[in-house]
Structures are given as C-alpha cells and as structure tokens.
Design a protein around this ligand. Structure first.
Ligand code: SF4
Ligand code: SF4
Length: 468
C-alpha cells in the first residue's frame, strides 16, 4: 500500500488533538532498572478477575514462579519477578487508587529461576491452542496500557475469521518512548511475536502501524521486516491514533461497531511491547515479570527507558533516575492523557505501567474536582474520535442522570482525554465520564436484576394459578 492510500485512510479518522509530543527520553536506550530488595506484586494487574494467591507468607519463591492465578477465563496469572521469601500477603496501595491484595516478596538477590522454564519448540509450527495456553500461563496482557489478557484476544470465535494482525506502534501519548525504543532496538523480537500471534489466530496479514512522527522507528521496522507479506503502515501524527478502534479504522478502513471489538471486523490489535513479550516467552520461557517504563518530566532528575521488574516500587525507580528535582506537583503512571495521577509514590510498577511522569508544582494544571462549566463551544464534539457528545456526557454525569447516558453511548468512550484537553473551561470531562460509566452500569445491572426478579415472580404466580 502506497503513501497515497495511507493518506486517504488517515482522512477517514475524525477528531483527535495535537498535544506537544515532549518525547524527552526518545534518545535514551533501554537499560535495566533497579534491582529491588523488595517487590509488591498485586494480584490484580489486568482486565478481568483478580487472581487468588498460590503462595503463603514464609514461602520461598523463584524468579518466574506463578504466585497467583484465577479460574476465570478473563484473567491472567501473575509471577514473581525475583527469587526470595514471601513476607506478607495483604492489601497495598495500587496505581488504580484502590488498595489491592498484593504478594510482598523480599528478594535474596540471586534471581534463581523457577524450574521448567526454557525455550519452546518452534512456535511457528505449534498448534494455535498450545500457543494460547502458553501465552495465558506466561501472564501476557496488552502492554499498551489496556492490560487485556492476550490469550482471550487470541481466541476469536469461529464465526469471526481474522484477516489481519495489526501491530500497534503508535505511541501517541506525549512523553512515552518505550515502544519507540523497542522498535529501534528490538524490531526482530516484535516481528517474531507478531508471527506467533498470526499463527495463533490464522491471519494472513501482519501490519505494523507506526506514526509518521517516528521516522527512525519506521526505518528500523522496515529494515527488520522480512519479505513475507509483513507491511509497515504509516499513521498520521495525531492523538489518539493508537486507540484500537481508531487504528482499525485508519489501517483497514473498517468501523468497529458500537460495543464491538476489532475481531468483529476481521482484525486483532496488539501493541509492540506485547509482541516482544510473547517473543521472549517463547524464546526463553520466562513469563511476564518485567516491562519497559519511560521515566520523564521536569520533576525527576533523569530521563530513561528502563526495563523494570514488575512489583518495583515507583519511588525506587525515581530514586534510580536521580530522584526528584524539586517539589512534585503531580506523579502520573502512564501518559499525561490517559494515565493515572497518584497520591503516593509507594505504589508498585504493574503490567500496565508504561511511564512514570513526575511534574513539578506549578508546571501542571490541577482542576478542582467536580467543577463543570460548559459554554457550549462544541470543541469537544469536534475532537471526539468516537463521535460522542462529551459535554452532554459530562453534564448528565455531573447531575447523576445515569438513565440518559445509554442514548449517548457512554460505554463507547475510550477515555482518551481529547475532549478534556481541548475544553477551554477545563472541564474534568474524563473523570465525569468515568463516574458516569460506573453510575450507568450500576443502574443497568440493578434494572436487569429487578426485571429478572419480576419475571420469576410472575412465573411463580402463573404456576401457582395452574396448581390451584
Ligand atoms: S468522550 Fe471519550 S472518546 Fe470522546 S474525546 Fe472524550 S474521552 Fe475521548
Ligand atoms: S469543549 Fe468544554 S466548554 Fe466546549 S462544549 Fe465541550 S465541555 Fe462545553
């Protein structure tokens, strides 16, 4: 596909914004993060059911050992990122803002690996079901931030044939550079992982999608791509180009239906980091125990792209990068658009942590919670890539009018933050939409339960009438 086709596809995409890229760590190679003496491994680091602990206080654990799992299909096991001793299993602060059941491990510094880890036989001739089993056992989840269990994505129903695997290299969040560095430094791993995914879902095509703003990454991936039908697609440099539905529309020209998934239109999307993690799993047998984290912002002394062990405390990573440079005004895990602001630096790095951004007091805008004042300028509507009406979602959520939110397709909001970014009155639209989603979905569940109860009662009455 030539550049003219790319351009035509790009014009299909509506909305989006152009926040300053601020890719401060783009020139910094990936390096090892700190070697922590203690890790905090939450039993919930993914979309779906939380894991149950498989270890107890006082147990010795090994690097890569499974320490938590769940019977639920939508879940992913968690593994120890060090060898050492379990010192407690209790609730600790989590990046989500909640306290989450967590396995605390004191490292012995030896990194003694769990038995049985080792390279897999050729994954490119492996049965798809076996690939999925290994991906699940390896605790692989989407590393672009969504943390959706990858084995579920790799299991499309038989009536949803997958034509294309789209490898998401659009790291459109400002500041984050981990995916960019991966493409520069580990292109072969990304391609190997993508081929394993293609094998698992039976797709024909692999399309590596990269923003036009990363010419070095485009060149590196083009060089790494062998001549076997793997394509590189150049995306426009607009946020949120990396969002799954936006990406599918740009790359394939297909609209994922409301409430649907990319597999409904013949695609699956996996981040470059997820592909590299799958490659490592099959090459070494090591489950997901580390991830790449960008450290940046004017509130931290150094800039880095670190391979950090999951469970390392954020404060330790900041200290590893030279510590704070001034009074911190905001610490964000993830990017500034979709990331989560933290109230403490004593939370662990999880599978979802793509960035640790620290900003000094005065260099960030902190809005008043609950403040909503709309001048009906319509900018948020024009910028919403999902064709939603954010000002209405915000005002109905603010007023607790949950029943109006269904008609406004609130669950289609991907919380990209474009509306809040562009809003001249700085309405906290994403926070309001999150609250609205929770209120609406709670109300929906309640109404469904009431309807079920009413139908059961009606059936009982009818049966009682027949008996009489
Ligand atoms: S309403 Fe949701 S999808 Fe639309 S711009 Fe706002 S956050 Fe993004
Ligand atoms: S951008 Fe802000 S002020 Fe303008 S319509 Fe949307 S919510 Fe209202």
């Amino acid at each position: 596909m030539g550049w003219a086709d790319n351009l035509k596809r790009s014009l299909l995409v509506k909305g989006g914004v152009h926040p300053p890229a601020s890719k401060l760590a783009a020139g910094v190679k990936i390096s090892d993060g700190p070697k922590p003496k203690r890790v905090l491994i939450p039993l919930s680091q993914h979309v779906g059911a939380a894991c149950e602990p498989l270890v107890e206080k006082g147990d010795r654990v090994l690097l890569g050992q499974k320490i938590g799992d769940s019977d639920s299909y939508i879940s992913a096991p968690v593994h120890s990122s060090v060898s050492g001793e379990v010192t407690s299993i209790q609730r600790f602060p989590h990046p989500s803002g909640r306290d989450v059941l967590t396995v605390e491990i004191s490292s012995d510094g030896e990194d003694a690996p769990a038995p049985g880890l080792g390279p897999a036989p050729d994954p490119l001739s492996m049965e798809p079901g076996e690939i999925r089993r290994r991906v699940r056992e390896g605790g692989i989840v989407g590393l672009g931030g969504a943390v959706f269990p990858t084995h579920v994505k790799l299991s499309p129903p038989s009536d949803r044939p997958i034509e294309a695997v789209i490898v998401n290299g659009a790291e459109c969040e400002p500041f984050l550079t981990g995916d960019y560095r991966l493409m520069l430094e580990r292109g072969q791993d990304i391609i190997h992982g993508a081929r394993i995914i293609r094998r698992a879902v039976g797709a024909e095509r692999i399309i590596i999608a990269i923003e036009q703003t990363g010419p070095k990454a485009i060149a590196a991936m083009r060089e790494a791509v062998p001549d076997d039908g793997i394509e590189v697609f150049i995306l426009p440099g607009i946020y949120p180009q990396g969002a799954e539905k936006t990406l599918v529309k740009t790359v394939l020209g297909r609209e994922v239906p409301s409430g649907g998934l990319p597999m409904d239109v013949g695609a699956i999307v996996d981040n470059v980091g997820t592909c590299a993690a799958i490659s490592e799993l099959f090459l070494t047998g090591m489950p997901l125990t580390r991830r790449i984290v960008t450290v940046a912002g004017d509130g931290v002394a150094g800039r880095a792209n670190l391979e950090v062990r999951i469970g390392t405390v954020v404060r330790e990573v900041i200290d590893f990068c030279g510590g704070l440079s001034g009074d911190p005004g905001k610490v964000i895990l993830g990017g500034p658009m979709m990331g989560l602001a933290q109230y403490t630096m004593d939370v662990p790095v999880t599978k979802a942590t793509g960035g640790i951004l620290v900003f000094k007091k005065g260099s960030v805008f902190c809005e008043e919670p609950g403040h909503f004042s709309c001048i009906r300028c319509g900018r948020c509507v024009r910028r919403c890539p999902m064709n939603l009406r954010p000002y209405l979602l915000g005002s109905y959520s603010d007023a607790g009018m949950w029943d109006h939110l269904e008609d406004l397709y609130i669950n289609d909001c991907m919380e990209c933050g474009s509306c809040a970014y562009i809003c001249p009155t700085k309405n906290p639209l994403v926070q309001l939409i999150k609250v609205g989603k929770e209120g609406f979905n709670r109300r929906k569940r309640k109404m469904e339960a009431l309807a079920e109860k009413a139908s059961e009662e009606a059936e009982e009455k009818e049966n009682a009438g027949k008996t009489a």
